[in-house]
Design a binder for this molecule. Structure first.
Ligand code: TRP
Length: 457
């Protein structure tokens, strides 16, 4: 008997755990700031509603109907067809995403450790002993670069991270994933709420809030719309079957529409709270919120060094990011594990070992490609950025379009109707809008995102 989540809340916690991750805590605030604040936020909400939610429902539906791994689900629903390959490719995509995602996750462990040992403060103070006018942000930039490009430490942290993931998955669906999510998600919410309240009480917080919430429609272009769509996909974990797996652990009475709404709501809320935490803090200390990885690994430590009680808040913040990353990587690893378990036919234990090992190899290469192997380029990018690029710009949009077309056109209409109405128990009023979103609207928008991602329009 295949396992299922034991409660509805457990299913929501696990799926929300997958969705809430690095995508919410650094990517979203920075994208919002760069793209016109509230104007971007409105478009993002539109993308979550019109694109993200239909796709999430589609993934849950495939999984919950087939109760199988990603590849197996397609095979079960449409036996003998080539749709099976969409699932098989998704597993490969999970491996690639996990390869670089666990490198960044490893960094969050190093930074939790640095926060714990008060390293930001000590490092800045000792640099200022030698050069009194050294800026905290310069010192922390050097520290970050030295760490990220070094060989052993990032690999060790990422290995530890993968090992923790494997350990949780060994517990199975209910005692591993569900239990971990039930414990970690409330902690995550609590930590973020505390950080958020602290940020709002800082002097000058209003500037940060304006940066985040004041609409600047002059910055909105076609590019903004596409950026919002891309962000919605990544943040909601749609487009590569992670949620098919979690859907496959839902029992047949779970309302997939409601679950998708809850998960999407939580994911969006956490992203906005992360913005409310980060920007007021930056503004209060006159530090410009920079783009990219440096936002949480350089800018924020500079803020924490200057903030009263910074030791405490830094520690809370990095624990928060590490936990968010953990529940996301669990879902990616589980997508691999179920494939090796159910489609290839290994035992779960062996599937976990094999998945962890393959992931680890990708992760080592990704990490080294930022330092000693930086000169080996594929299409002009080092391995780390190449993996990031092909997954988010090519495989995920294609996967999302395939899933959307599959449910919209291929899947038996009765199956779709039964899934949405829970075999006529619910009204399923959104059946028709959903079908048409999946048939036409989503694939069309995704196609545009795809062309844009490749720089073709
Ligand atoms: N959604 C996660 C985040 O916001 C990352 C993630 C987990 C993901 N599983 C995924 C992204 C599947 C794309 C596809 O950080």
């Amino acid at each position: 008997m295949r396992s299922t989540f034991s409660t509805r809340l457990g299913a929501i916690a696990a799926a929300a755990g997958s969705a809430i991750g690095l995508g919410n805590i650094w990517r979203f605030p920075y994208m919002t700031g760069e793209n016109g604040g509230a104007a971007f936020l409105l478009i993002y909400l539109g993308a979550v509603l019109c694109l993200g939610i239909p796709l999430m429902i589609a993934e849950f539906m495939i999984g919950r109907t087939a109760h199988a791994d990603v590849a197996g689900s397609f095979r079960k629903l449409l036996p003998g067809s080539r749709w099976y390959w969409v699932g098989a490719v998704s597993v490969f995509v999970a491996i690639v995403i996990l390869g670089f995602y666990s490198v960044i996750s490893g960094w969050t462990l190093e930074y939790t450790w640095r926060a714990l040992t008060n390293d930001f403060q000590t490092s800045v103070a000792s640099a200022q002993l030698v050069t009194p006018d050294a800026q905290a942000s310069q010192v922390l930039t050097m520290d970050f670069n030295a760490f990220a490009t070094s060989q052993l430490p990032p690999i060790l942290w990422a290995s530890l991270f993968i090992a923790i993931n494997a350990f949780i998955l060994l517990g199975g669906v209910q005692k591993g994933i569900e239990r971990a999510s039930n414990i970690l998600m409330p902690i995550l919410l609590l930590l973020l709420a505390m950080l958020c309240v602290n940020s709002l009480t800082l002097p000058g917080a209003a500037g940060g809030l304006r940066f985040l919430f004041e609409p600047d429609f002059s910055k909105v272009t076609g590019q903004t719309v596409l950026a919002a769509c891309g962000q919605a996909f990544f943040s909601m974990s749609v487009g590569m079957g992670c949620l098919i797996i979690y859907g496959s652990y839902m029992d047949d009475n779970t309302k997939i529409g409601k679950t998708a709404l809850s998960v999407a709501g939580l994911d969006t809320m956490i992203a906005i709270l992360a913005g409310i935490t980060i920007f007021p803090a930056c503004y209060s200390y006159n530090i410009t919120p920079n783009a990219g990885p440096s936002l949480i690994f350089i800018t924020l430590p500079s803020v924490f060094v200057a903030m009263p009680g910074g030791y405490f808040w830094a520690l809370l913040f990095f624990i928060l990011v590490a936990l968010a990353a953990l529940t996301s990587t669990m879902s990616l690893l589980e997508a691999e594990v179920t494939f090796f378990d159910e489609t290839i036919g290994m035992t779960r234990r062996r599937a976990i070992m094999v998945s962890a090992l393959i992931t680890w190899v990708f992760c080592v290469v990704s990490s080294l490609s930022l330092g000693v192997w930086n000169d080996y380029k594929i299409a002009g990018l080092n391995f780390f950025y190449f993996c990031d690029f092909i997954t988010s710009n090519i495989f995920m949009p294609l996967g999302a379009a395939a899933i959307s077309l599959f449910v919209g056109w291929k899947l038996d209409r009765q199956i779709v109707r039964d899934a949405i109405t829970n075999r006529k128990e619910d009204s399923g009023w959104y059946l028709m809008p959903l079908i048409w979103a999946l048939r036409v609207f989503c694939p069309a928008v995704i196609f545009l995102v795809f062309l844009k991602g490749l720089g073709l329009i």
